[in-house]
Design a protein around this ligand. Structure first.
Ligand SMILES: NC(=O)c1ccc[n+]([C@@H]2O[C@H](COP(=O)([O-])OP(=O)(O)OC[C@H]3O[C@@H](n4cnc5c(N)ncnc54)[C@H](OP(=O)(O)O)[C@@H]3O)[C@@H](O)[C@H]2O)c1
Length: 325
């Protein structure tokens, strides 16, 4: 099969088209003939050598895809060859075929093409598990997401709005802010506005989803409302901060966070079940739709990474792997 591998840790140029054997579905796994694959910031980190695949995962990058089931391993009853699925992958999405646990695949939501569905899994699993399952977002609460125009951010805004929250989002340009507002958020251009002042004026954030870290950590704590929660999913500006923990005690704050990829198959299957039961109906009703920024052919994955690292993108970047729609 055609694939794109990381020939050695480094810049986008280390992504190299190769021919590899088609993987074999093991016990409880399915083999997917990939039509479209999503590009995520963790792929960029893996390519640079700072995010190693977990033991047993493919060394090829790619954490999500949509396509058609091409084979099932022993013990799989839920899927059969020909089924159209989108799936969270442990790796291996930059290829014509990939395997994953059968429970990490979901049916294509009604009304969605394979192309749009390929943009769902990584952000849906991450946002739902941190915002809903860990963060406990409730209707009527005030929710703040940083990096609002990112793949994660655009999904977080829509999920929070669909759940009835009031949403604020930070972004670094007028164009990015406009896209956040179009999705239903109050946008804060962090280059000329202080998100702490904006949120405090509104009564404080009940939940914050943060991928920035660095000095945002202390500022997040300052703008949380009493009983507020902070969920960390990345540290683009660094993981260290000096925190006044008395704030956490006196205002009953909670700090949490998670990273998806190293979690057990069982934990990911639990998230998948919640997505199917609670998020898929919102997607099918049109309340949540992945925002697609751009599409590159698989062989031009390096350009897709350059687009992501340039940070001009709004929403998701996809790779077209085969002609299937
Ligand atoms: N924990 C998990 O399980 C998990 C899973 C998936 C993704 N993630 C993380 O979530 C984040 C978003 O992922 P994504 O795939 O949606 O990526 P993405 O679209 O590239 O989003 C990154 C966004 O962060 C903003 N940003 C703020 N400060 C930044 C900085 N110092 N450097 C670079 N960007 C900065 C940028 O927008 P502005 O121009 O507005 O600053 C950019 O659009 C990434 O950090 C990723 O590693 C975590």
């Amino acid at each position: 099969m055609q694939a794109v591998e990381i020939s050695s840790p480094g810049g986008a140029e280390v992504l190299r088209p190769v021919t590899r054997p088609v993987p074999v579905a093991g016990h409880g796994q399915i083999l997917i003939h990939i039509a479209w694959a999503g590009v995520n910031r963790p792929d960029v980190l893996q390519r640079a050598g700072s995010y190693a695949p977990p033991p047993g995962a493919s060394d090829l990058p790619g954490l999500e895809c949509a396509g058609v089931v091409a084979g099932v391993g022993p013990g799989v009853t839920r899927w059969k060859p020909g089924d159209r699925v989108c799936a969270l992958l442990p790796g291996g999405g930059y290829a014509e075929y990939a395997t994953c646990a059968a429970e990490h695949a979901l049916p294509i939501p009604e009304g969605l093409s394979l192309r749009v569905a390929a943009a769902l899994p990584e952000t849906a699993f991450t946002v739902w598990s941190n915002v809903v399952m860990r963060g406990g977002l409730q209707s009527g609460e005030r929710f703040l997401v940083h990096g609002g125009s990112s793949g994660i951010g655009t999904m977080a805004i829509q999920i929070a709005r669909a759940l009835g929250a009031r949403v604020w989002a930070t972004a670094g340009s007028a164009e990015k802010c406009a896209s956040c507002e179009k999705l239903g958020a109050i946008a804060i251009n962090y280059r000329n506005e202080d998100f702490v002042a904006v949120l405090r004026k509104a009564g404080g954030a009940d939940l914050i989803l943060d991928m920035v870290g660095g000095d945002y950590i202390g500022r997040n704590i300052r703008c949380l409302a009493d009983d507020g929660r902070l969920a960390m999913i990345a540290f683009l500006a660094g993981p260290k901060a000096e925190i006044n923990f008395a704030q956490i005690m006196t205002r009953r704050l909670s700090v949490t966070g998670s990273t998806l990829r190293p979690q057990s198959d069982r934990a990911k299957a639990r998230i998948a079940r919640e997505l199917y039961e609670r998020l898929w109906p919102l997607v099918e009703a049109g309340a949540v739709r992945p925002l697609i920024d751009s599409i590159f052919p698989l062989g031009q994955a390096a350009d897709a990474h350059r687009r992501m690292e340039g940070s001009a993108h709004i929403g998701k970047i996809l790779l077209q792997v085969s002609a299937e729609n």
